[in-house]
Every structure is written in structure tokens, then in C-alpha cells.
Ligand binder design. Sequence first.
Ligand code: ME8
Length: 545
Amino acid sequence: MTREKRYITTPIYYVNDKPHIGHVYTTTLCDVYARWMRFAGREVFFLTGTDEHAAKVVDAAAERGLSPQDWADQNAKVFQEVFGLLKLTNDDFIRTSEARHTERVTRYVAELLDSGDVYLGEYEGWYDAGQEEYIPENRAKELDFTSPFNGKPLVRKKEENFFFRLSKYAEPLLDLLERGESFRVEPVSRRNEIINRIKDGLNDVPISRTGSTDWGIMVPGNEEHTIYVWIDALFNYLSTVDDEGRRHFWPADVHVTAKDILWFHAVIWPAMLLALQNRPGYEWAKLPKLLYFHSFWIAEGRKMSKSLGNFIDLDTINRYLDTYGLDALRYYLVTQGPLGATDADFASDHFHNVYHTDLVNTVGNCASRVSAMINKYFDGVIPELSTADRSRVIADHNWPEWTAQAVQAAGDSTEAFELDDAIAQGIALIRKVDGFINTTEPFKIAKDESKRDELAVILYQCAETVRIASLLLGPVLPIKMAELWDAYGQTIDPAKGDLTDLAAWGGLQPGTPIRKVALFPRVENPVEIITSDDQSAPNQPQEQP
Ligand code: ME8
């Protein structure tokens, strides 16, 4: 039987920056999705990487006396190392300076030149050199002709350019977006935003530049023009899987980015694919199924910036890891982050509270409480019980039904990329176990020898529900849930893809040894967010041409 596949991507990050909380956030979201899907038996391809052909790479390299390639090599390595330390499970890491990418992009652009979707023309407009993009006339006026990114004046620039015939795809795109079936944009506010922009009209867009440097991919058949970095970058999603062994992963199931690059992903990219899929041999270049645009992290109530001292860079991330551990950081990012349409605040007190409320006092405490009672009353072994007894409804707690519903809901939420809702299902089960213990008071029942059976049923149901909840929390808390599985006598390998079987009620076998477990230690003081000063601020929303 062929397995269903899932292909998920992060943006490819500018290689000039060092990884910061924004990059870690998006990549962690995708990691949680990828881990869930592998656990659920899908064939997963999870892609991240670096975007390397920006002109600012040439400048930064020159300042350091390096070639652009050497500078990109150094910085791409930092991303790879950091993602490795964070145990992010990407299946590949694409760098746009690699031959496997550049060769394919050349082919794609050649196809579009052939079809006339890319043509030579002239462009004049206000250019923001810092962002490498043209700013529309009315927006440039609003900005008083200065760059919102570096405060430098916008430059009036006129150039011969290759253009992409974007105007031709306005109608088909609008139609696809409004139908929202095969091509979806979430959250809905982002979808509406993009529909309105398309309704305002789409002009053809320049997709090449000329200049002194040959850092970039040349327009095929032309000696002077380099393909605009954004066009080059967007193609990474396709180029990485464009070979015999991987082509079945396309179309991507989810592209995840922040709202800053909505325009490129929700307009330019699908339009390019629509153009490409008309070419013989490229019928397979369908549109991605879901584009998910999250919002921004701010920090301590304000936009992150070096000068405010609230910038969450690698040093700060490391201090969180040292104090709370990797799973706690993942948990905070995914459950408290800007997954929806509003920005979210990374605040040290909030982090501290969420850690104690959800992880120490809920997940950790419940797992430990249950293991301690099984040790105290049943010598650390799950007592003998018939299958019927394992499912007996006590105090109106229908665990088989509730756990099955939670598993279903968590799967559906993950599928829709509502990862916070998926995790909430696991946490809710644990809270219900706590409530069950408080209602049934097994510690009192234990005093009555004639109620050994009832005690066994209650503790079985507690341990079994903790086990099932731990499966749902595994993708976000991979290290701690592996510890829990070990203590609860479970040999679980998420790579085997048997989540559904494992999550069926009654899987916990009588006779299983249960060790006492302490998962999340209390932490005395919140980590202060202090910054090092060698970073640039993360992206904020940018205007597109
Ligand atoms: O835009 N909050 O790369 P980039 C949340 N190379 N996420 C944030 C964030 C914040 N404050 N700041 C950044 C580029 N991000 C292009 C992409 S894709 C074909 C090319 C995350 O290094 C978020 O995912 O500026 C955002 O979309 C991405 O970093 C931008 O990364």
C-alpha cells in the first residue's frame, strides 16, 4: 500500500542573518507538523534552507574580504548547526547557490521565456536598495521617498528588465482563491487581504536585474541579466523535489511563512506555477494545497529591536534552552505564538508562567502522580484487568470515547495547521485525569481492601489516558515524552508511523512496569531577555511592488 505523503516547507532564510527567534519559530512549527505526520504514518518531506543570491550578500562578503560563496557557506552552516542543535527534523536543506537548484531554475525560466510568460521590457520606479525591491508610486509618496527599512532615500531607477506576465494570471488566481478548494490561503484575513490586492489589479513584474556582479542565476540566453532573487528563491520549493525520486511529493501540502512575504507566496508563486504547468512536461507543477501565513513575534510588549534590548537572538534562545530545556521552548513557541492573524508577545514572565502551569503542574505533575500511585499501591506494575474493566465508566468518565475524540480532533487540527489546537487536546486529557483523581480519590479508596478492583480500574484509566495524551504531545515535546514512554514501559518509535494503533484505548497492558517519573523541574527565576548586539532586527511587514 502506498502511504499518503506530506510535503511541508519553511521560507528559505536570508543567509546574511544569524538565526533568530522568528526563524526558529517557523521551522519549529513545521517540525511539529512533520513529526506528527511521520508518527501518523505519512511519507513526509520537510524542507528548509537558505536564500543566498541577495545583493546584500555580495556587500557583506566584500566588507569581510570574502567571496559571496564563502560568506554564504559560513552562514548557511550556522543555520544548519542551530537547526541541528534544536533537533529540527528537516529532510533536506536547500541552498540556492547549489547547482541542483540553479540548473533547474535556469530550465524553468527558459520554459517561461519560450512561452512568452517572461519577456524583455523596460521598467522605471522607486527602488529600495536595502530590500532589493521597487516600491509603488503611491506607497513611495507615503514613505516620503525613504526606505522604511534603513531610512535611506529611495532611488529613481530605470532599467531594461525581463518581466513576468503576472497580469495574465490575475483572473485565474482570483478564481482559485475565491473557490478555496485546491489552493487555500490561511488565516482567512490573509486570504481576504490578497483577494483585495488582486482585485486592485496586477501589473507585470520585473524579474531580473543587471549589475556588476555575477552572484545569482543568469537569465538563460542573456549575458547581462540575473534572475531577481525572489524568483530564484521561490523556485526552491519545486527545484528540491524535481527529480524522479521526489517528484511525487509535489504539490506541497503546506508552505508556511510569516505575513511579511504574503505577496510573493500567495500571488507571484502560484502565478509562476500556473505559467509553468502549461509547458509540456510540467503538467505536474500544480499549485501548493495550503499557504499558511502566521503573524509576528514581538517581545516584552514591543516590536523586537536591538536598540530596545528585547531582540531574541541566538544567545537569548540558548539561555532559555539552558534554563527550561528544548521541549519547553518548543511548547511555548507553538502554543503561545502568532499562529493566527495577530502578533504574539514573547515575554519572560509569561514564558515562566506557561512553563509552570502547563508543563510542570499539569503534564509533569500528573504523569508523576499516576506513576507514584501505581508504585505505592501496585508495586509499580499495571494490575491485571479484563478488557471490559479497562473501559468501565466510573464517575461519568468515558475514557475510551474521550480519548478517541481527542485523537481525532488533534489529527484534524494538525492537518489544518492549527497546531495549538492539536496540542490543547493532549493537555485537556491530562487536566481531565487530574480532575478524575480529585473526584474519585484513589488515595482514599486504597485504604479499603475490599475496593482493590475499583482502585485498579481507576489507576489503569489514569495511566492509559496519560499514555494516550503523551502520544498527542510527542510531536511538540519529543524529548520529554520519550522519557515518559520509557518510564511507562512503552517502546515507541514515532518513525514507525503507528500513531493510530498506539492511540487505541486499552493498549496499555497489565503487567507493564511503571517507574516513577519527574519530567519538568521547577525553575526559580524567569530568564531575562538581554540581547547581544551583533544582530539585525527580524523582518517586519514589507511593501511589495
Ligand atoms: O524573507 N516573528 O527570509 P528571512 C515570526 N529569504 N516569524 C518571523 C519573524 C518574527 N518577528 N521574523 C522573521 C525571507 N520570521 C526570504 C524568504 S522564501 C522563498 C524566501 C520568519 O530570513 C518568518 O517565517 O527574512 C518570515 O516569513 C521569515 O522568518 C523571513 O525570513
